[in-house]
Design a protein around this ligand. Structure first.
Ligand SMILES: Cc1cc2nc3c(=O)[nH]c(=O)nc-3n(C[C@H](O)[C@H](O)[C@H](O)COP(=O)(O)OP(=O)(O)OC[C@H]3O[C@@H](n4cnc5c(N)ncnc54)[C@H](O)[C@@H]3O)c2cc1C
Length: 431
């Protein structure tokens, strides 16, 4: 059985941060992804846009600037020259990466600032290249089926191996440490860690915006697509489905194609019950209903849909209940109220629930810090969770799930693991 220092499961934003950082720190790293390319939601679900937000991560900047230098990413700002006056995010030749770290272009008019838009295929190709350069072994088309545990120290369990399906062959792999970056906690759930679905009741953490009783309601799913001037290249179903309206987040990609995110399309709990394939059909039906209205609102008559994401974008699934649960209190307290000595990432996105009763709840006190303990399960001592399923309440998760923040969680997880493997005196030096 192959043995590594670290196995990172999941090739999305969190997995990218963990695998590339671990490889660069010299850890013998295996990176597992069930699809044929890394990149996760950003690539498979065509969410190839980074909203403006505070970010201190070095890797997101490196990825954006590397792609931008090759014309495979660029910076976008709101343009208001649409028939409805709704912003369409167009290439901004005057913007630089640092501009994307400021959230508002004009808070009074509700205009968010500059973001990053990238070509999905270019991002996955870059990740493959950087993984190879960092000595990371990348296994695509490999699904983690099960984690195996044994008793560890202090009453905790240890993960002692994973059973994976690698292109149809079952294999067992093992490492000293593991990072679950699967978004939906494929590893953590299989080890029996405590997890939760849906909105916690108000008395769970005293969150003012939480429902009185627990509710199985989840952030909505969205099927993103791309369009260009010309005919439709994708046949939409004749049967229209679901929520109406012309709201959309539309961003210009480096080659001039527009990326369309219809924002709220289908409640997450309904989509989870349907399953990915049926939900994708329903979401296609929703695009069929709304595309003509969106075209009119944004002046896109004459534009045709060139491709639709292979996988619907999932905003929320199960979440870890770890050593610390980030809540609405942390988000609202922001930097002023943050007293976490183990803070590993900052972000300042709104609590954005993407549901019919959703809306954005803004934090008034600036960025919120995410403590390392949100990545640490209470039950297992050699696994961290670095993805949108980390230990956040439903409300807090809706603020911190951005791709750059997830990359940062992965970077921090890898640094922590590298530090844990060093002798105590070296550990002090790297703190
Ligand atoms: C429609 C939509 C719009 C969004 N808009 C923005 C935006 O504008 N800006 C922004 O920054 N963020 C945005 N987000 C949020 C952001 O994209 C996600 O929260 C983030 O990408 C999640 O990263 P992750 O690493 O947690 O999960 P993912 O990116 O989903 O990665 C998880 C990976 O694990 C793999 N995997 C799962 N199970 C297994 C298994 N058992 N074995 C092996 N591999 C497995 C999956 O295939 C996937 O590649 C949006 C999200 C959605 C859905």
């Amino acid at each position: 059985m192959a043995h590594y220092d670290l196995i990172v499961v999941g090739g999305g934003a969190g997995g990218t941060g963990a695998a590339l950082t671990a490889g660069r720190l010299g850890l013998r790293t295996l990176w597992i992804e069930k699809e044929r390319t890394p990149g996760g939601t950003g690539v498979q679900s065509l969410v190839s846009v980074w909203q403006p937000a505070v970010s201190e991560g070095t890797l997101p900047r490196e990825l954006a600037e590397t792609l931008a230098a090759r014309g495979q990413a660029h910076y976008i700002s709101p343009a208001l020259d649409t028939p409805s006056g709704c912003p369409l995010y167009r290439r901004d030749p005057g913007a630089a990466y640092t501009d994307t770290l400021r959230r508002w272009a004009d808070a009074e008019r509700g205009l968010i600032g500059a973001g990053v838009a990238y070509t999905p295929e270019a991002m996955s190709a870059l990740l493959v290249k950087l993984a190879a350069e960092a000595g990371v072994e990348l296994w695509i088309d490999t699904v983690c089926l099960q984690a195996h545990t044994a008793p560890g120290t202090d009453g905790l369990r240890r993960v002692i191996g994973l059973t994976v399906d690698r292109g149809g062959q079952r294999e067992r792999v093992a490492a000293g440490f593991y990072v679950d970056a699967t978004g939906d906690l494929a590893v953590a759930r299989s080890t029996g860690c405590e997890t939760v679905w849906g909105r916690e009741s108000r008395d769970a953490y005293g969150e003012p915006s939480a429902p009185v009783e627990h509710e199985f309601r989840l952030n909505g799913w969205t099927l993103c697509f791309e369009c260009r001037p010309g005919p439709d290249l994708v046949a939409l179903p004749t049967e229209c489905f679901g929520h109406d309206g012309d709201s959309a987040h539309i961003s210009e990609l480096p080659d001039g194609t527009l990326n369309v995110n219809l924002v709220y399309q289908l409640p997450g709990e309904v989509a989870w019950r349907m399953g990915p394939e049926q939900a994708r059909e329903a979401l296609l039906g929703n695009i069929a209903r709304r595309w003509p209205r969106v075209q009119a609102a944004y002046g896109l008559e004459g534009y045709g849909i060139t491709r639709v994401a292979a996988r619907a974008g999932v905003r929320e699934g199960p979440r870890l209940v770890g050593r610390y649960v980030l809540t609405e209190h942390d988000v609202r307290a922001g930097k002023r109220g943050s007293h976490h000595p183990d803070c590993i990432a900052w972000t300042d996105h709104a609590m954005d629930r993407h549901s019919p009763d959703g809306g954005c709840l803004e934090s008034e006190q600036g960025p919120v810090g995410v403590p390392l303990r949100c990545l640490q399960p209470g039950e297992v001592d050699n696994m961290l969770v670095a993805c949108r399923g980390a230990s956040f309440s439903s409300l807090a998760a809706s603020a911190v799930r951005l791709q750059r923040t997830m990359i940062e969680l992965g970077e921090a997880a890898a640094r922590f693991i590298a530090g844990s493997r060093q002798a105590p005196e070296q550990r002090e030096m790297t703190r």
